[in-house]
Structure formats: structure tokens, C-alpha cells
Write a protein that binds this ligand. Structure first.
Ligand code: FAD
Length: 391
């Protein structure tokens, strides 16, 4: 969108939309509401990640797919993001003996993209800020809010508190959403959360002689039935390897030598690529992280509040669709805004109605792919079927 188009979007007297959470979905959503001319305020608990030295958060990179790209396109961000993405045309399955076999994701020419999470988040925040009717407020952690009045209370790191009013509150504050807490107190709100027994740990595979250590245009997978490792390429020619394994197995490994022994048994081809010394250190740098799946319904309260992204539907990462589904939430909501003339009292219930079944389906597929990636992808039956499919 040109600056002119963005300025034209500004209309004084338009309603105030508070987007709580300036992560991936919140930052993109801010662009969608700003484009419609609302007075948009984003409240993010962290400091501005564009200025921070260390950005804390989850996975270093992510797979961006078609539905996510469509959502970026509508706010003019697709080209900017894909120019910094690395196409992955196929999974590359690493057998125990080190043999590599590609399994394409789709037809020839189709691919998903490995993108840097921090860069994507920064670009979306910068884009949101180019709208004159958007204000980003960092160091604002939502403490509480009222579904009756729309009054929100934020705490700051200096101990002060801010009270702010909005016409519409959009909860994009992630899997442990503070906005969602109010929903839990209400009658007829269904909610479930499940922690899977697996945790994840990220390890870096550095470049070798300035080049990628493995073929870059693949999502590498080492399926080992009850656990697995994957690796996605980064622009700096490193790979981020993610080891998914039951917590109890992570905990069994307590010394550097045990790490090497474990890798020798299950991922021998990666030891020279990651480096034995680095592996011994990296493994103990951070504890394995938990993964949670959250399902709930409805996604809205009256005409006052709506949940999107992980706040509405945190999914396990095995389908690579958490962010993509969250981005698609923004499109669906925007289309309903068009259809119902921005009447929140009509848009919000309809959003719940059309979106809950699809998001719940993604959550189920992700849970299914949890087994598919570490086990079925390994089975003779699967490889046979893929072989037949490809012929
Ligand atoms: P988040 O990214 O969690 O952002 C929430 C924001 O809200 C944060 O900035 C947080 O600081 C802020 N916040 C939290 N609480 C408050 C508060 N009280 N007040 C104010 N602000 C608050 N998805 C994919 O599509 N493809 C992938 O390949 C993929 N890989 C993944 C790999 C792993 C290991 C994991 C864990 C997830 C993966 N995902 C992937 C899922 C993806 O990370 C999430 O779906 C996505 O981050 C959701 O974005 P969000 O903005 O809804 O939530």
C-alpha cells in the first residue's frame, strides 16, 4: 500500500481497537485494522524487539505456507517477507545410515518457506507503524480487563500502571493469553489444554567453508519413531536443528559424553556437521521447552472482545501451521468486517461460527502429524505410498 492510501485510511472519530500482543499475529492484525481506518493501539508486554539485544521467544525460524502468504499479501507484505525466505521444496529424510531421500511437499515448483521469526515480527511491527492511525505501546503487560466496560489495566516494568479503554479488544497475546482468562470465568465457554509428553530443543548447525552444511532447499527430518530431529535453513547459512523428544529422554542425558553417545546412536551424520564440542555445550544451554495444544470456543465475548492466533488456538508445531492459521484468522475476520459493514455485534459471533471448526481441525491435524513425522514418514508403507504417488 502507498503512503497516500494509508493516509486515506485515517478517519477521525473511528472506533478504538486495542490489539493486545505484538507478536506475529498481533502485528499483522494491527495492519488489517489500520487499513480499515480504525484507531489502532497495540499493547505488547516485551520491549521493542527492534531495539532489544536479545529477543526471547520460541523457534528461531518457521515454515511459512500458502495461507500465511495470502494474509501477508493483503497488506502488501508478501514480497518483502518471501525475499528473505528460503524455499523448501521437499522433506529430506535422513536414515540412520545417513542415506538421504527427498519426499516432495507437492507438485513440481511448489514449496514452503523457511523464514526468520524475529525478522518477520520486526518487519510486521514496522509495517504497522507506517499507518498514521496506529500506535505501538511496548512494555505494556495486560494484567486485567473488564468484559463489561472494555477497560484494560496494563503494568509497566517501572511498577506503574496504565488504564486504557477500547471499543474492541483483540486478544493476540499467545498460548498463555491473559485476555482469555476472562473467558474462562464465563458460562458456556469450552476450554481444553494438553501438554504433549515431548519437549523441544534448538541446536545450531554452522556453515562449512562459508556454505550450508547440508542441501538448503529442504526441510531435513531424522525420524526415529518415538522422537525426531528436524532442521530448517537460515539466511546466514546456518541450519536450526530442533530435537523433539519425550522429556524423560531429555532428562536421561546429563553429561557431554552422553550427548555424543546419543547422537552417535541416532543422528551420527549430524555430529561432524554440528561439531562435537558445540553439541556438548549447546545441549545444556537451555532446558527442553514444553509444547501445548489449546482448544476453546467461543472466540468472542459480545461485541467487545475476540481472540486470534495462539490465544484462540495454540497447536503443536508438527504441521507447521500455527502462525499460518493465525495469519489466516486475520483474513477471515477482515472478510467478515467487509460483509457485515464493520458491525462488531454481527462480525464477532460469525467469526466464532466460521473459524472454530477450521482452527480445531488444524489442531487435530497437527496432533496427527506429530506421529506422522517421527514415525510414519519412516515406515516402509509410507515410503512405498510416496513412491507410488510420485510415479
Ligand atoms: P505469539 O507469537 O506467542 O505472540 C504473542 C505476543 O503477545 C508476544 O509478543 C508476547 O510477548 C505478547 N504477550 C503475551 N502476554 C501478554 C500480555 N499479558 N500483555 C501484552 N502482551 C502479551 N507456526 C507455523 O506456522 N510454522 C512453523 O513452522 C512453526 N514452527 C513452530 C516451531 C515451534 C518450536 C513452536 C513452539 C511453534 C511453531 N509455530 C509454527 C507456531 C507459531 O510459533 C505460533 O503459532 C505463532 O507464534 C502464534 O503467533 P501469536 O502472535 O498468536 O502468538
Amino acid at each position: 500500500l502507498t503512503d497516500m492510501e494509508k493516509s486515506e485510511g485515517r478517519q477521525t472519530g473511528k472506533k478504538v481497537v486495542a490489539v493486545v500482543g505484538g507478536g506475529l499475529v498481533g502485528a499483522l492484525n494491527a495492519c488489517y485494522f489500520a487499513k480499515r481506518g480504525f484507531n489502532v493501539h497495540v499493547y505488547e508486554s516485551r520491549e521493542d524487539i527492534r531495539k532489544a539485544k536479545i529477543v526471547k521467544g520460541r523457534s528461531i525460524n518457521l515454515a511459512l505456507s500458502h495461507r500465511g502468504r495470502q494474509a501477508l499479501k493483503r497488506v502488501g507484505m508478501e514480497d518483502k517477507i518471501i525475499s528473505k525466505g528460503i524455499p523448501m521444496h521437499a522433506r529430506m529424510i535422513h536414515s540412520l545410515s545417513g542415506k538421504q531421500s527427498p519426499i516432495p511437499y507437492g507438485k513440481k515448483g511448489q514449496y514452503i518457506l523457511s523464514v526468520d521469526r524475529a525478522n518477520l515480527n520486526k518487519e510486521l511491527l514496522t509495517e504497522a507503524e507506517t499507518y498514521p492511525n496506529t500506535k505501538l505501546n511496548f512494555d505494556h503487560k495486560l494484567q486485567d480487563w473488564s468484559a463489561d466496560t472494555g477497560l484494560m489495566t496494563f503494568s509497566r516494568t517501572d511498577g506503574s500502571k496504565d488504564q486504557i479503554h477500547a471499543d474492541l479488544i483483540v486478544g493476540c497475546d499467545g498460548a498463555f493469553s491473559a485476555i482469555r482468562k476472562q473467558f474462562l470465568r464465563r458460562s458456556r465457554f469450552n476450554y481444553s489444554q494438553t501438554y504433549i509428553p515431548h519437549g523441544y530443543m534448538e541446536l545450531t548447525m554452522p556453515p562449512i567453508n562459508g556454505e550450508f552444511a547440508m542441501k538448503p532447499n529442504y526441510l531435513h527430518i531424522w525420524p526415529r519413531n518415538t522422537f525426531m530431529m528436524i532442521a530448517l535453513p537460515n539466511l546466514d547459512k546456518t541450519f536450526t536443528c530442533t530435537l523433539f523428544m519425550p522429556f524423560e529422554d531429555f532428562e536421561k542425558i546429563t553429561t557431554g559424553d552422553e550427548v555424543i553417545q546419543f547422537f552417535q546412536n541416532y543422528f551420527p551424520d549430524t555430529i561432524p556437521l554440528i561439531g562435537a564440542e558445540a553439541l556438548k555445550k549447546d545441549y545444556f544451554r537451555l532446558p527442553a521447552q514444553a509444547m501445548v495444544s489449546v482448544k476453546c470456543t467461543p472466540y468472542h465475548i459480545g461485541e467487545k472482545c475476540v481472540l486470534m492466533g495462539d490465544a484462540a488456538h495454540a497447536v503443536v508445531p508438527f504441521y507447521g501451521q500455527g502462525m499460518n492459521a493465525g495469519f489466516e484468522d486475520c483474513i477471515v475476520f477482515d472478510e467478515l468486517m467487509e460483509q457485515f459493514n464493520e458491525d462488531f455485534s454481527a462480525v464477532l459471533p460469525e467469526y466464532t461460527k466460521v473459524r472454530v471448526p477450521d482452527d480445531h481441525a488444524i489442531a487435530d491435524l497437527a496432533m496427527y502429524n506429530y506421529v506422522e513425522m517421527r514415525a510414519h514418514v519412516n515406515s516402509k508403507w509410507f515410503l512405498f505410498r510416496k513412491h507410488v504417488d510420485n510415479v
